[in-house]
Ligand binder design. Structure first.
Ligand code: HEM
Length: 507
């Protein structure tokens, strides 16, 4: 200590202060490189759940305007990172796509997906890669989608016939309901082929599917506060058990039928489920083989992914067309020029309808039916200096991204299809400012089918009919309120009166 005797008290204070500042700097530097994204403080137990309201994508967007494009919430016990701009989405969905390619486990996957055995809910890994490949090659390839063209066209013809009847009697129709039924029937036919006959016989399959979609879309407290799950406070477990048992009985019946005569079933039934079943029976390598539970889980998940999505997307486009009569007129003009008034639109015409396709893009930009996309990180990662530990739920806020004011400088809240003139911005997952089908490894596997259905149904509706709002309502009166569930739907029915406008009368 002798050697330090020359130091005065003043010197000692100076040295200690410098050391303290150096430590503080090092600590903050270290902490900064490992800090969590910013976000609002949560309450005990529920965390930030109370801040999400009835429309979480909108509430999260508002919060992100305060806390930034990468924000942390704690919903119940679950840490969630919310991504809200195209630049941030690029960091997650392009740079780190593999790390966030897993899915959170929710109660829905226990009941509807036989414990996350389906393509939509299963964790990222060899099983998901295998089933995704099988779906892409055998179920949802362009040639397979083409092979179901007569089914789609037949169902659309039924819809048009039904609407012509309504037009004759000047009836007001709930167009969303009619669209929903037509697309539902198309989807059942594609998935179950001739097995569909059992749906109308003894099994109450359709109401069960509707109930399970409702349950899957409801906010389930047990997903975020697992300890309350055993008390089943919302009665969801009880309802899930009932519907999943009934749906399982139906699927077992189909599998029995198949097992009794596999070759005949493949030749005559021809639905997605027969392809899945043939993969169960085939002499494929173990890797490509599906077991019975996997067949059932995938059939139900593909049904759930496809059944409402296209119809709801058409309903939103249709709502925008009713609010913007000049856009409706322009679409009709294009259809008249390209197709004429003496024949119906066919699928092969769809690529020629440039303006209609811009209208669909614009509607999907402001009304992405999945306002939020959920992923889960499978490794620790650091993005923009934010440390995000393995197991964090990642919430890609498509609603916020698709309306980002930097990416969409001209009135991002407005419906304006002309914004796509002379741009090649596309919604297939490469352009981060427009993500209605998601992006990266887990992007929508049924995009081509969904898009084809939306284009065909919409083109037919606008080509065949003029549309009038009832009770003297004006376009500005069309209610655009949303309800958030498994998908974002209209809050009120869309009521309209059709008038037939074509010269063909034997469609
Ligand atoms: C307009 C209609 C549709 C829209 C807007 C839509 C949108 C989406 C979105 C946003 C995702 C999540 C993507 C992600 O996490 O990155 C998704 C996933 C998926 N969709 Fe679609 N979808 C539509 C139609 C369909 C149809 C008709 C089918 C099949 C019949 C289908 C099958 C799937 C499947 C299997 C997945 C899960 C993919 C995976 O996790 O690997 N979708 N869809």
């Amino acid at each position: 200590m002798e050697s330090f005797a020359y130091l005065t008290t003043f010197n000692w204070v100076g040295i200690l202060l410098s050391l303290f500042l150096a430590f503080a700097w090092l600590w903050s530097k270290n902490n900064n490189s490992k800090s969590s994204p910013p976000g609002p403080l949560g309450l005990p137990i529920i965390g930030t759940l109370h801040l999400l309201g009835d429309l979480p994508p909108r509430a999260m967007r508002k919060l992100s305007q305060k806390y930034g494009p990468i924000m942390k919430l704690r919903i119940g016990r679950v840490p969630v990172v919310v991504v809200s701009t195209p630049e941030a989405a690029e960091l997650f969905l392009k740079t780190n796509d593999k790390i966030i390619s897993s899915k959170p486990t929710a109660q829905v996957s226990k009941y509807m997906s036989y414990g996350s055995k389906g393509i939509v809910s299963t964790e990222y890994g060899p099983y998901w890669r295998n089933i995704r490949k099988l779906c892409t090659v055998h179920l949802l390839s362009v040639s397979k989608i083409d092979s179901f063209r007569p089914t789609r066209e037949e169902e659309v013809r039924h819809l048009i016939k039904d609407l012509r009847e309504a037009a004759k009697s000047r009836e007001v129709v709930d167009i969303g309901k009619k669209l929903g039924l037509a697309v539902e029937e198309m989807t059942y036919r594609m998935i179950f082929g001739d097995h569909r006959k059992h749906i109308t016989e003894s099994f109450k399959f359709k109401p069960c599917v509707q109930e399970s979609l409702k349950l899957a879309g409801a906010f389930n407290f047990a997903d975020f506060l697992p300890f309350i799950g055993i008390f089943d406070p919302q009665g969801m477990t009880r309802r899930w058990k009932i519907v999943s048992k009934l749906m399982d009985e139906f699927l077992e019946k189909i599998i029995d039928e198949y097992e009794q005569n596999p070759t005949e079933q493949e030749e005559h039934h021809g639905g997605f489920i027969d392809i899945l079943l043939s993969l169960m029976k085939s002499n494929n390598t173990q890797e490509n083989k599906l077991d019975k539970t996997e067949v059932k889980a995938n059939a139900l998940e593909i049904l759930a992914a496809g059944i409402d999505t296209s119809a709801i997307s058409v309903e939103w486009v249709f709502s925008e067309l009713l609010r913007h009569p000049q856009v409706m007129e322009k679409v009709q003009e294009e259809l008249t020029n390209v197709i004429g008034l003496d024949q119906l639109v066919e699928e092969t015409d769809l690529a020629k309808l440039n303006y209609l396709n811009m209208v669909i893009k614009e509607s999907m930009r402001i009304h992405p039916i999945n306002g939020i996309m959920w992923r889960k990180s499978i490794e620790d990662m650091t993005i923009n200096n934010f440390y995000i530990p393995k197991g964090t739920w990642i919430c890609i806020n498509i609603h916020a991204i698709n309306r980002d004011p930097v990416a969409w400088p001209e009135n991002p809240e407005e419906f304006h299809p002309e914004r796509f003139v002379n741009t090649d911005i596309d919604f297939r997952g490469h352009d981060m400012q427009l993500l209605p089908f998601g992006s990266g490894r887990r992007k929508c596997a049924g995009m081509e089918l969904g898009l084809r259905t939306v284009q065909l149904v919409l083109a037919q509706l606008v080509h065949c009919f003029n549309w009038e709002l009832p009770d003297g309502l004006s376009p500005a009166d069309v209610d655009m309120k949303e309800v958030y569930g498994l998908t974002i739907t209209r809050a009120t029915p869309l009521l309209v009166r059709p008038t037939y406008r074509l010269r063909v009368h034997n469609s």
